[in-house]
Ligand binder design. Structure first.
Ligand SMILES: [Zn+2]
Ligand SMILES: [Zn+2]
Length: 378
């Protein structure tokens, strides 16, 4: 039986699932193995494959039923796997949802504030990591890439393990933490998580790194301090030729010249006359920079990216008669690992370790159990 824990060397994580769906009614059924149901009063019953249990939120209680039995109302219901391997399926009724599969255990409680059920998947970290890899990158990348992404997702999960502490779980299943849609379909992805079991990335002080990634850097990654305030020595700008022919390498956006000029003059006090005469648009960003500049006026490029919903903060400005064209490179913030570049490297035969060291400078891969060993020395 798995137990709940939130220590750094956690091998089991509590993932808040389907909270955004505002579930008030769903059915649970074992897919593999068997389960015991516990409530706040202790052990209730055992369920096996084909058994269907319905849980409904009503008057701040969970109403628990099977097809032929009413079990009563409870505050907490836990489905704990009792076989060597256990997985289950759930289907939400309110709102109507599709069948989803998860590994390991399920904890259900009441969310009084939102009047809905709170579902937590108490899951082995490698099962979680495999689910995240498939949810985040799909099934098409090469196998070596899945190993790399598994190490990154594991490191990210452990680094952010307290993110939802106040809500009673570790991480949510949305992109806010890492997208997680439960059990992956791909055995290659499952194997990637198992083959990299316990491997995490640490900095020179043996702290888990901030393992950031994004779709495409456009040919040059960004320094962490150019995008966020924090300077992390391992998140350095590198020239990346691997991604420049991939899907998200370039983008363009057309904006009416008057809209662009009004934005620059109204929001940032760009000199209006000069802006019109010279358009103030002879801007050419040949490499990663932080600021869009005109004389003393400096606009952080990450602000332009946000305000105009741009794919990246790496772009040139081309002036037309009535419009300006932003000609951009890459997709995402640009800090850390470039996914399309890394996938290309994997296709070319680079190992996950080589790819990782290309994008994260002077980091180390260690067994997560060694984290505590190193910490005990201090
Ligand atoms: Zn989250
Ligand atoms: Zn790249």
């Amino acid at each position: 039986m798995l137990i709940c824990t939130s220590s750094l060397k956690a091998e089991v994580l509590n993932i808040g699932i389907l909270a955004n769906k505002k579930v008030t009614s769903f059915i649970f059924s074992p897919q593999v193995g068997s389960y015991t149901i516990y409530t706040e009063n202790g052990k209730l019953t055992e369920v096996s494959i084909e058994d269907i249990i319905q849980l409904t939120f009503s008057n701040n209680q969970i109403v628990l039923k099977s097809l032929d039995k009413d079990y009563g109302t409870f505050k907490k219901v836990k489905f704990i796997g009792t076989s060597w391997r256990n997985s289950f399926k759930i289907k939400t009724h309110q709102p109507e949802g599709k069948l989803t599969f998860y590994e390991d255990n399920l904890l259900v409680s009441i969310n009084n504030y939102y009047n809905q059920l709170s579902l937590i998947n108490n899951v082995d970290i490698d099962n979680y990591v495999a689910g995240v890899v498939e949810s985040e990158v799909g099934r098409s990348p090469p196998p070596e890439y899945f190993k790399l992404q598994a190490i990154i997702c594991r490191t990210y999960a452990l680094k952010n393990i307290d993110r939802h502490q106040a809500e009673g779980f570790s991480l949510c299943d949305q992109v806010h933490c890492q997208a997680y849609n439960g059990q992956p379909k791909s055995n290659v992805i499952k194997n990637a998580a198992i083959e990299t079991k316990n491997v995490v990335i640490v900095d020179s002080d043996i702290n888990l790194i901030t393992a950031t990634f994004y779709s495409n850097c456009g040919g040059q990654t960004a320094n962490s301090e150019d995008v966020w305030s924090q300077n992390l020595y391992y998140l350095r700008s590198v020239t990346d030729t691997f991604c420049i022919k991939e899907n998200n390498a370039i983008w363009t956006k057309k904006i009416a010249k008057t809209d662009w000029i009004n934005y620059l003059t109204n929001k940032y006090n760009f000199p209006k006359l000069e802006t019109y005469e010279e358009c103030g648009l002879d801007y050419f960003q040949c490499r990663r920079e932080q600021l869009f500049e005109n004389q003393n006026i400096k606009i952080p490029l990450i602000d332009l990216r946000k305000d105009w919903n741009l794919k990246s903060a790496l772009f040139d400005v081309i002036t037309m008669d009535d419009d300006i064209i932003l000609q951009g490179k890459g997709y995402g913030h640009g800090v850390g690992l470039c996914q399309e570049g890394a996938m290309r490297m994997a296709k070319l035969g680079y190992s996950y370790a080589e790819i990782l060291h290309f994008y994260y400078k002077n980091v180390h891969m260690i067994d997560l159990h060694a984290l505590d060993f190193f910490k005990e020395d201090f």
